[in-house]
Design a protein around this ligand. Structure first.
Ligand SMILES: [Zn+2]
Ligand SMILES: [Zn+2]
Length: 412
């Protein structure tokens, strides 16, 4: 499958003109054998520096493209840190015309960041496709000891060889499925936010996210029936999801209230001390909890609202401890202040309709159980007694409008 990204670009009914740096996305068996042709197709030529790690260099199925220079990083302890990437760049024998990164998320960051620093194009060759980061234009790296998601170059091309990615272990595939099924919630959150506050909404990008979700729901159903994963469609859905982030320059279409639990697992506030899990696994559990909560709210035919109140610092201190100042700062200009509560009440029937498109928590739980995915808080090492409190905690860490956040304006 070759994805021509130009169909997503240009003037859109949302009023914006959309651009994508990524011109070509290839997901096919043997794609690496045609690497040179694909580079020509996107106008890339000259001296290339290809970055591997010791695992991806020797991976079965990998056909190594001809390179001006090959760099093979030691996979042991490799992580995305600015200093490590800059050290690698000292080994460049010359400034390349483009950089190619062969591997998973960490290697991508090495390619992306170095190409960005040098002002040259970057090509992604994923060796696993359990995340949607390949076609996105953000980079999560450690700068001065702090993990930061920073805007960064998107790849000019993504060449995904199905002979390579199909050897990924099943638990990674399953986590990747969960990361995309999260869109049941993230799409609903985006629609609700747009409805209540007039937040920017793009039907074209939403349709892309919906397509990724529909494809992944189909793949999940096949896994449930015990069929072999369809890596072409799995990869396609991930690529599409990443492109929504590249168009918007943010993750609005891909990440809603459900995604925040994955961040909490890294941040480790009270109740999360022993939390662990892959990104997709955490997000999957978040999806179940949000589906439960959203359907619970939707049982009310009407709602009563209450005026906005800022987050209670004492509660924040109790939960977040030393992170309190950061959390208070994040919530300084709380998006809830922009909500007209009368409008929220009036929008309720439409909000209920949006929620009705989300499968029930039971359906999602059963699916996850049957495909061997994680689906409970305790699966992630989180105290079950936290229950719905998890949503309150997660809504506090990001000042983005979600139905979870809006609950602070709704009388129980
Ligand atoms: Zn995600
Ligand atoms: Zn648009």
């Amino acid at each position: 499958m070759i994805l021509d990204t130009s169909k997503y670009t240009g003037l859109c009914e949302c009023g914006r003109t959309h651009e994508l740096r990524t011109k070509l996305v290839v997901c096919e068996a043997g794609a690496l054998q045609k690497f040179d042709k694909y580079m020509q197709d996107c106008g890339l030529s000259g001296f290339s520096t290809i970055i591997y790690d010791t695992n991806t260099y020797n991976l079965p199925g990998v056909t190594r493209p001809a390179a001006g220079q090959e760099i093979v990083l030691d996979a042991a302890g490799l992580h995305s840190e600015k200093g490590l990437i800059e050290n690698m760049m000292k080994d460049f024998v010359r400034k390349p015309d483009y950089v190619v990164a062969v591997g998973g998320g960490t290697i991508m960051d090495f390619g992306r960041y170095s190409a960005y620093q040098l002002g040259i194009p970057f090509v992604a060759v994923p060796t696993i496709v359990s995340s949607d980061g390949f076609t996105a234009n953000i980079c999560s790296i450690i700068i001065d000891g702090q993990k930061k998601s920073i805007p960064m170059l998107a790849p000019d091309a993504v060449i995904c060889d199905l002979n390579v990615v199909s050897s990924a272990p099943e638990f990674l595939t399953v986590a990747g499925v969960q990361d995309i099924l999260a869109k049941y919630i993230s799409i609903a959150d985006w629609k609700i936010a747009s409805l209540v506050t007039g937040e920017y909404f793009c039907p074209r990008v939403c349709a892309m996210a919906q397509e990724a979700l529909d494809i992944m729901a189909g793949c999940a159903e096949e896994l449930r029936r015990g069929e072999k994963p369809d890596h072409e469609r799995l990869a396609y859905a991930q690529m599409l999801s990443g492109l929504t982030m590249q168009i918007l320059s943010n993750s609005r279409a891909a990440s809603g209230a459900e995604h925040l639990i994955a961040h909490l697992v890294e941040m480790k506030p009270r109740g999360f001390e022993n939390a662990h899990g892959l990104h997709g696994e955490c997000v999957g559990v978040g999806t179940v909890i949000c589906a439960e909560e959203y359907h619970r709210l939707a049982m009310n035919e009407t709602i009563e609202t209450k005026p906005f109140e800022p987050l209670d610092r004492q509660w924040v201190e109790y939960v977040f401890g030393s992170m309190t100042d950061g959390i208070m700062k994040e919530n300084e200009n709380d998006v809830l202040m922009t909500v007209d509560t009368e409008k929220l009440r009036n929008c309720w029937p439409e909000i209920r309709r949006i929620i009705s498109e989300i499968p029930s928590a039971d359906e999602i739980r059963t699916l996850f159980k049957e495909i061997g995915a994680k689906y409970t808080l305790s699966d992630l090492g989180i105290d079950e007694s936290l229950g719905r409190e998890v949503l309150k905690i997660s809504a506090a860490i990001r000042n983005r409008m979600t139905l979870c956040r809006l609950e602070r304006l709704i009388v129980e």
